[in-house]
Structures are given as C-alpha cells and as structure tokens.
Design a protein around this ligand. Structure first.
Ligand code: BG6
Length: 476
C-alpha cells in the first residue's frame, strides 16, 4: 500500500549502515511501489558530495548489497534519481539552511540518526533551532543506545529536550524480523499454546543466536562492547520479553511495551556462576578474537551463555538459557520451548522421557517445528519415537519474499507505528539488568574462556545446562 509523500533524511548517509541496510531497504520498498511521487530521500553527512556523486555511492551500495540490483533496469535509475544529498556539519552551522530548503514541515519527516550517539544532541538541537522539524517529525536512532544505564538515560534526556517520546523510534532490528513478529501471533493467535505457556508445563526455554562471522573489520567498536552489550542487552532481551510477557489487551505500541517492561523488571540478578563468557581462539589459518579486535590483551567476550530467571507467577522456576556468540558452528537463531516430560508413561518398556519441544527458527529457514511423540510404524508393539512437525514458512506460506527487517521498520516509522520500537524506559531497564553483570566482570577482571572457532562455544557453556540435568539444542 503506497504511503503519502514523505521526507526521509539519513544523517550518516554515507556510512556503513546506510550502505548495507538503509539504501537497499529503501530500494526494495520503492520497487514494491510504496513511494508516491514527491517522496524525498536525502542523505546528509560530512563528505562534500554532490547529489550526483551520492547517487553513484548509492548505486555501488545496491550493487554490493541488493539482490534486486539490475544495472539496466528502469527501476534502478528512477530510484537513484529520487536521492538527494546535503553536506552537513552536525556540530556546526554548515548545511543546515540548505537542508531546510529541501524538506517541508507539512508532511511526515523521518530523521534517521545513523551516526555516533554523541551526535544525537547536536542533531536534535539543530533540527529545532533551524526550524527544520515540523509537527510530524520523527527521529530514528540505532543501537548502541548507550553503553550502560547512565549513558542511556543521558541520551534519552537529550532527545527528550527536543522531541516527544511518540516521535522517537529506537531500532532493534530483531523486532523487524518476520518470525519475531510471528512469535506474538503464535502465542496470542492460537488457542493451543497459551494455556501451556507457564511453569506448570514448561521445563525451560533456550534462546540461541549463533553467528559464524568473527568481529574482523569492526573490532574497534566490538572490543569496547562485547557480546553482552552488542547482542544480549538488546536482541536477546527483546526475544526473551516477547516469549515471557503477559498478553497485552490490544496490539498497540504502549500496551506491548508495558508488558515487555514488566518482564525486564522481573528478571533476577544473575549469579556469576550462571554465566559463561568466551573468546574465540586463533587457528593455524585464521586470527583469533584478540587479533581481530586489535587488542592482544582483550578481556572482551565474543560469546556469552547464561541462565536467567524471571520472578513472577508465570515463570518462577523455569530457567531461560540464553546463548550468543561469533565464530560458532552455524549461523542460526532459534528459540526453543522445552515442555516438561510426561509424569507417567502407560506404555510398557517406554523409559525415554518424551518431551514436546516447540522450536521457533528466526534464521535461516524461518519456521516453526514442534517435536511430538508418535508410534513407531510397524508391527513391533507400542514403540514410541519423537518426530518433528515442521512448518517452514517459505514453503508453507510462500513468504520467501517477506520484507527485510529494515524495510518494515522504516515503513513503520513513516506510518507512525511504534509497536516494534523500544521505548526509553524499556532500554534503561534493560541496561539496569545488564549493568551489574558487566560491572561484576570488570571488578573481578574476569577472563573469558577460549573456544575453538566453528564449535558451539566454550565447554563451560555446556556445563551450565549439564549441572541442571539439561542440554543445549545443537547449533546446526
Ligand atoms: C547487530 C550486531 O546488532 O546484529 C552484530 O551489532 C550482529 O554484531 C548482528 O552480527 C546480527 O544480526 P542478524 O540480523 O544478522 O542476526
């Protein structure tokens, strides 16, 4: 469905995120026919480029990062012609008057701050002092949203000086993933799951976000952040919230975010022996984390596994095991709900504790599978086996062409729908939970365990579950 003409201004328009994600996402939405005539897409950055040079930059970005790129297509040319560019000094005065002439205050204006958080204040301030932002202005900010609760609070306060919370869109791109949204529909659009969704029937929950890439190329950023800040505080926490939250009365931004916030507040502090940190080691052929990070004495973790607890009626006694890391065996993100084993089997000789497992795969091969126990075919009596009921979305729903996270999120900004964005208090609360963990590591000079690239992380991570008589699902 086309949206009324709008202005999108990308500060940091020549940056990596613009190249990899924002420009390709806009191109796809353009090809899908969502932009009406009059829509303006404006890059803004320090570089003194002309609009023509910016179009070349965008063309190169699409060539590298867009599957839809076709050198001779009309669509490509038309899209590139939509792009404009303004060289701008975020902390000075250059460029702001020019930007003002290129956007109008009587329509939706989305200002995408794809820049270092230290510039948020300067940008927000100038958008108002130059009277560039109108009443339908929105700002979009990316992670890292602070590096602890104090800095996140300061960022929120800075933005709040210039914009209302309803105008601020904090991106966590995991919320834009098709399957993540499906998680809510699965829970709240079906009769059969929700009655079982509690500590009476669920034994434990596992959330794994495994990557095969290392940190090479972004070592300088990553070494200051580590897996906890880079992945757990935001992406894994969001997944955990969606699984654990109470049903909101309606599917609406604040109703949903209120429920997520309650989950974060009910998360218990994590004892040091319930967390394992890891760093991938060097191999004969590939550098290890420390070389990739350019810091041979680094104590930063590229892997973290932890056992979390949510202290409320629904979840008391159900551990949530979270795990994420770089250079692991496979790229796979999965949430698994492991139900309790049957208390008693009526089938003679059947001693296996059969468990139903509901597994939601976020990527790759988005889908859901459910392990159920059935009779093994054949005349051999009542032998039971566990088999998957598999629903791969691409096949079942012909959804292979679903919009990418950034496409959906950018269009939600334009439409003014904050449901899939984090509210300020939510982000602060999430830091409030991770801060003591990180401070503990720093105070103890905690040294991450080494792990072999291509493995499933350090041995100790396996122990985390073994101790509880459980095991991780395979990373495959
Ligand atoms: C980013 C992290 O937010 O998410 C990266 O900074 C990580 O370190 C990426 O690789 C993973 O995203 P996705 O969509 O590829 O799972």
């Amino acid at each position: 469905i086309p949206v009324a003409p709008f202005d999108l201004i990308v500060f940091g328009g020549t940056g990596d995120l613009a190249r990899r994600k924002i420009i390709p996402a806009l191109f796809r939405r353009y090809l899908a026919g969502q932009f009406e005539d009059g829509t303006r897409l404006i890059g803004a950055a320090r570089a003194g480029l002309s609009p023509v040079e910016y179009r070349l930059f965008a063309k190169e970005a699409l060539k590298e990062f867009s599957a839809e790129y076709d050198e001779n297509s009309e669509g490509l040319e038309d899209f590139l012609n939509l792009l404009d560019y303004v060289p701008i000094d975020a902390t000075g005065d250059d460029g702001w008057e020019e930007l003002k002439t290129k956007t109008s205050t009587d329509r939706v204006q989305a200002f995408y701050f794809s820049v270092a958080p230290s510039l948020f204040g300067a940008l927000a301030e100038r958008l108002n002092s130059y009277e560039i932002a109108g009443s339908q202005a929105r700002v979009v900010v990316e992670k890292p949203f602070g590096r602890d609760q104090e800095t996140a609070r300061a960022l929120n306060a800075t933005l709040a000086e210039h914009f209302d919370e309803t105008q601020i869109y904090r991106i966590d791109h995991y919320l834009g993933k098709e399957t993540v949204q499906n998680l809510m529909v699965l829970r709240f659009g079906n009769m059969m799951f929700e009655p079982l969704w509690n500590n009476h029937y669920i034994d434990h929950i596992q959330i794994t976000v495994a990557e095969t890439v290392g940190v090479g190329g972004r070592g300088a950023y990553y070494d200051k952040s580590g897996a906890m800040r880079d992945m757990v505080q935001n992406h894994l926490m969001q997944l955990l919230c969606l699984i654990a939250m109470e049903p909101p009365a309606i599917y609406d931004a604040d109703a949903l975010r209120d429920e997520k916030l309650k989950v974060i507040r009910a998360l218990q502090p994590v004892a040091p022996h319930h967390i394992v940190r890891g760093q991938y080691e060097a191999t004969d052929t590939a550098p290890g984390y420390r070389e990739d990070a350019g810091n041979l004495r680094s104590f930063t973790e590229s892997f973290v596994a932890m056992r979390c607890e949510i202290a409320n009626w629904r979840w008391a006694g159900v551990p949530f095991y979270l795990r994420t890391g770089k250079k692991l065996r496979a790229r796979t993100s999965e949430i698994s709900i492991i139900f309790k084993a049957l208390g008693h089997s009526i089938f003679e000789g059947d001693t296996t504790p059969h468990r139903n497992i509901l597994s939601i795969r976020l990527q790759p091969n988005e889908g859901i599978d459910m392990t159920v126990t059935v009779k093994e075919p054949g005349p051999g009596g009542m032998r039971l086996i566990d088999v998957p009921l598999d629903l791969t979305f691409a096949e079942a729903l012909r959804e292979a062409d679903a919009p990418e996270a950034y496409e959906r999120l950018i269009m939600d900004v334009i439409r003014g729908n904050q449901t899939l964005f984090m509210r300020g208090d939510e982000v602060e609360a999430a830091w409030g939970w991770t801060d003591p963990i990180i401070e503990g590591w720093e105070a103890r000079h905690d040294v991450p365990k080494q792990y072999v690239p291509g493995s499933s992380g350090p041995e100790d991570a396996l122990m985390l579950l073994h101790r509880d008589g459980r095991r991780w699902r395979d990373i495959k």
